[in-house]
Design a protein around this ligand. Sequence first.
Ligand code: SF4
Length: 474
Amino acid sequence: MRGLTRLREIERATRPADPEFVAALARRWADLPDIVKTPGQVLGRHGVGCEGTHGVFPKCNLACTPCYHSRDANQVRVDGGHTAVNVTAQMGVLRRLRGPRAHAQLIGGEVSLLPPEDHAETLAVMRAHGREPMSFTHGDIDEDYLQALALGPDGRRRFDRLSFAGHFDKLMFGRRGIERPPSEAALNPYRQRFADMFARLRREHGVAFFLAHNMTVTPANLDEVAAVIRDCHGMGYGMFSFQPAAFIGDDRRWHEDYRAATPDAVWAEIERGAGTSLDYRVFENGDVRCNRTAYGFYVGDRWHPFMDGDDPRDLATRDAFFRYLGHVNFAGSAPAELVLKLARVVARHPRIVPVAVAWAARAVRRAGAGNLVRARKVQPVTFVMHQFMDAADVGPAWELMQQGRTSDDPRLRETQERLAACHYAMGHPENGTLVPACVQHSVLDPAENAELRRLLPIVDVRRRARGSNVVPAP
Ligand code: SF4
């Protein structure tokens, strides 16, 4: 009897598609504006989009230009209890509206200001809600912190895998050892040090990792983007994500004409760094005016796309992937589980085997079999560009959307289209809704942080001259 129960459990765990996930994908596709229902659209076919937290630890101890957080953010105390309660509530909304599986960013201020125990508890909450969490940090963290997070007080491993995004660029001030970076290249040892800590954690304690490298781009560092990619692609980062700066957040930190670093100019620099053109239409995540993505791998110093957008056979393979494997949850499955899921898909649709074999043969031919043998290593690296919108556009566009109105102004209409197809959502437990991160930072953050400042004041240890009241810092 117990054996039968176990078999049923295995059967359920290895079903290629979770019906709840399939339903969430269908809802996502139905809600997308027609303009983004392109052949390469990932939303609604393989994923529901990315998610992020807000208002759970707004404070940061570095200074960026620009900074997307509101002026009040640094006046809010970091409080692990507040973080856990609010992340739980936000994950509940995301779980209900976006389904059982998604990638979610633990983001707000600086995540490492959370004590390791609180950080670990929050990651566990996110996982319990079916989220694959990624912690966002400026990367100026100590190895002790990382070990305490990964291993716990008893020294035993508590996470098999961690995902972090490290933000490094010369527009950030206050990093220990390099308070005002003179160039992007000067930050390379810090980029390497950050990645090395994770490599050691894996080697010594068996904790797998995924690392993203994030960089804000303005006219001041645009022409250094290519060198960052060339110098750092082998450090261990699986993703290089670039954010052209937007006029959003704290207006005291707006110092340049950010729009001079246009999306095309930034993408051209990324291509220069990758040493090849990058086709961002093969796979699309939401609106390409918000996100451009190119998936591929390095063999030695050369990057190759997984799929060549100029080859109709690769595009047919992509379509087959969406059709037969789109509903399979790759990231959230244990390796053995995934193998069984794939085996069940193959058993049902054997025609995908020759398609996959032919695609793999083309990919090997493109990379060069000799190069693969010589390099003995294939390193998957994804290039991303995410272009936030300006608060001056998002505010009025969002207000009209709340009234169910479409703007006549082409600029606001474009903003509305992009918001409607948003790939990056945040949950609001107070009214059970999701909002695009652009709206969160442009419209909602100021009031939310003003309220948090009252709720979690930073206590000033100086006491008033008269009386013994402890007063909140201004
Ligand atoms: S957060 Fe803004 S820029 Fe990013 S995907 Fe959503 S609408 Fe587009």
